[in-house]
Design a protein around this ligand. Sequence first.
Ligand code: ADE
Length: 415
Amino acid sequence: MDYDIADPSLAELGGRRIEWAGRRMPVLANIRERFEADQPLAGITIGACMHVTTETANLMTVLRAGGAAVTLCASNPLSTQDDVAAALVADGVPVYAVRGEDSETFYRHINAVLDTRPDLVFDDGCDMTTVLHEERADQPVIGGMEETTTGVIRLRAMENEGVLRFPVVAVNDSDTKHLFDNRHGTGQSSLDGILRSANVLFAGRTVVVGGYGDCGLGIANRADGLGAKVIVVESDPVRALSAAMDGHQVMTSHDAAPLGDVFITATGDIHVFRAEHFEAMKDSVILANAGHFDVELDLKALGEMAVGYRELRDNLGEYTLPDGRRILVVAEGRLVNLGAAEGHPADVMDMSFADQALAAEWLTVNGASLDAKVYVLPKELDDQVATLKLESMGCGLEQLTDEQVAYLNSWQHGT
Ligand code: ADE
């Protein structure tokens, strides 16, 4: 078996951590049981470009239980957990991922996975899908799955330009994904990354959050819960209003720059905080990015402004400006939750990856009859995942009486 990982001797550690994550993924375990019995992915080859984490390892196991042959590479150069990669290889899954790999290696790894000629591709950020369009346009694919908001934005742009060449399920757009993973997962794990790298107290600090989509909302609300004063910077009027009515201050990036102690971006856009803001920031502010790509903080400009740079702590770089002010950057401006922590906890990835597994099954059954478009999974599958999660949490789900159902389906009643 061919593979490229950092250190095979880490397999035992990775195996224990994968087991612990698996224990907190009951919905995925339920799907695994059915997949083992029904073999819905028998004969299917899967290429996955995802964060190599304990949760992803559990997803790979479920896909294999369903009959698929799976090969995995990293979807971000800094998110790979090398022990997990080692454990997967020991378990017979070819993995091409090394934490800290350079851009050339990153794309070599994507191509190694695509050399397996996958029928289905799992993507997180759309890089593998882009390679399939730009460099491997002749390679047949039944369909794809996309995990993240940024990837779905890229896919919709491809669909609008008429260049998308196979159907893709926007797993991110399932309610059981974005309402939980993006809000609760990103909210908690982004702060986790800042805590692990910088170990600062949030209570009493001013946290500036760039973007108030599901991810920004989650970050802002968790920072608020830790006692921080939260400022939201948002360009969409409805989202900005929503932030204001959630109790956060809402202002421009210009006005927020001198006030913040911690700045966190989650917009999907470039240069949210840039030279003009760095000029105005206080000494020892912390910058972190929770968006998929490392473009939200203009680190090139910061590097050009700085007279010094050092690694202050693990995953915490310190830039010194000519006037002596220092600006700290977590995980080189890459995804803070995966670069400086372990990503979202298994409890929430349980639903995201249940959606992924069901999407693979759905595409296997329906792929041939679909157009080259971006699809969202049917609502029944969302409801199935939510119901299983509720059961695992010991929650009761109210059943409507026949009378109540009839009332909702009628229109004659008024006052
Ligand atoms: N994205 C965010 N958190 C993740 C995790 N724990 N595993 C895989 N992808 C993720």
